[in-house]
Design a protein around this ligand. Structure first.
Ligand code: NAD
Ligand code: ZN
Length: 354
């Protein structure tokens, strides 16, 4: 069976395009209100006055200190439900990095699906289409703006609400919104994209569709991170989009599988977690790791070391279990026979070096 996946139907790209948001939302307002979930970094920032909030709309500055949890999604959904009794919102707009966009996707789904968010962690468990939802990145690299998932930490697992309904109805890509991201964060989130490309292009699931997007995306990453390109913000936004499209039809690989383990046990964030792992993956991705180190050097990035040194044996075993459980990622990276290459001992040895 070939995958028949949904993509974002409407997209605006361009510097200053954020100013069009009001006009984009206008026909969708009907007789209810909009919910804006805005990254908390803008709570005291002049940007917040540009968000086209109207009377009765709800604007929440979402706390993304920790990666989004199912519990937080339930709380936000509850606030949106109670905002005007008897009315459900006309739309949910997520403005921020991968975390804020994921929260917006998840809340838009939970407003129309009963129960709790953790009940839908998995593949195609969502029953009803979401409320109209819009994604607006202010940080680029994750591909969350284009993907059919929203990654959430639940009581038992870190897993997305993967469904066709999860995909945004509209995305606004305005490169001006990412120009002030601090260098470290810009690097970690951008490297998420670079690593998506390496894992997709080096993977066994690769086809011409994924290759076309992956090759373009990795070229853009090189221009962004290895040259002093005046259009770097525009290019990174497109790299993120194309990187997301590439893995939609292939899969990620070793760095993501191992970074999920780190994140589950040590609460390490996705972007930096991928970077920490990737730096030890010469045997899997020699060229990619070499180039990644050049990028680190150019931007003076130093990664945390020794983060697994204080883990108990039990924590280490949990980390290995979470990682080894990502079967499709391992199969993409190492082929059908991956279990003969990726053993618990192998992962323990790699993790201990980090
Ligand atoms: P993030 O959303 O966690 O944000 C990182 C930090 O950057 C936060 O402190 C935030 O406040 C700040 N920030 C955001 N925009 C800024 C700006 N313009 N200026 C200054 N600071 C800004 O980071 P991320 O790397 O974009 O996203 C990671 C999250 O995305 C994780 O929760 C991960 O699980 C998820 N993710 C989702 C997908 C998907 O397909 N849905 C894919 C990859 C990652
Ligand atoms: Zn990623």
């Amino acid at each position: 069976m070939f995958r028949n996946f949904k993509t974002v139907p409407q997209i605006v790209f361009g510097r200053g395009s954020f100013n069009q948001l009001d006009a984009i939302l206008e026909p969708k307002r009907e007789d209810s209100f909009m919910v804006f979930l805005v990254d908390h970094c803008f709570a005291n920032h002049p940007f917040k006055s540009r968000v086209p909030v109207k009377k009765n709309d709800l604007m929440i500055f979402v706390d993304v200190t920790n990666e989004p949890s199912t519990k937080y999604v339930d709380e936000l959904t509850d606030i949106a439900r109670k905002h005007i009794p008897g009315k459900i919102p006309s739309g949910v707009i997520g403005i921020g990095g991968g975390a804020s966009m994921d929260l917006a996707k998840a809340v838009s789904l939970m407003l129309t699906n009963s129960g709790k968010a953790h009940e839908y962690q998995g593949w195609d468990l969502i029953k009803n289409s979401a409320i109209y939802h819009v994604g607006i990145p202010t940080l680029s690299g994750t591909g969350a703006e284009v993907s059919r998932t929203t990654v959430l930490i639940g009581p038992e697992k870190k897993l997305g609400l993967n469904s066709d309904y999860t995909v945004f109805d509209q995305v606004v890509l305005d490169p001006e919104l990412i120009k002030d991201v601090p260098t470290d964060q810009w690097f970690y989130t951008g490297m998420d994209c670079y690593i998506h490309c390496v894992e997709s292009l080096e993977g066994t699931f690769l086809n011409a569709f994924s290759k076309a997007y992956g090759e373009k995306s990795i070229d853009l990453c090189r221009e962004v991170y290895l040259t002093d390109d005046p259009e770097k913000d525009d290019k990174l936004m497109m790299a993120s989009w194309f990187g997301g499209m590439s893995i939609a039809y292939s899969q990620v690989g070793v760095a993501h599988a191992m970074s999920y383990g780190l994140s589950f046990v040590l609460k390490v964030h996705h972007g930096i977690g991928n970077c920490i792992v990737f730096d030890y993956l010469d045997e899997f991705y020699p060229d990619g790791v070499k180039e990644f180190r050049e990028m680190m050097k150019k931007h003076n990035i130093s990664l945390p070391r020794g983060i697994t040194s204080k883990l108990t044996d039990e924590q280490m075993e949990t980390m290995i279990t979470v990682s080894i459980g990502m079967a499709p990622l391992w199969e993409n990276a190492c082929g059908k026979d991956w279990k003969s290459i990726i053993t618990r001992e192998k992962l323990r040895d790699l993790y201990k070096r980090m």
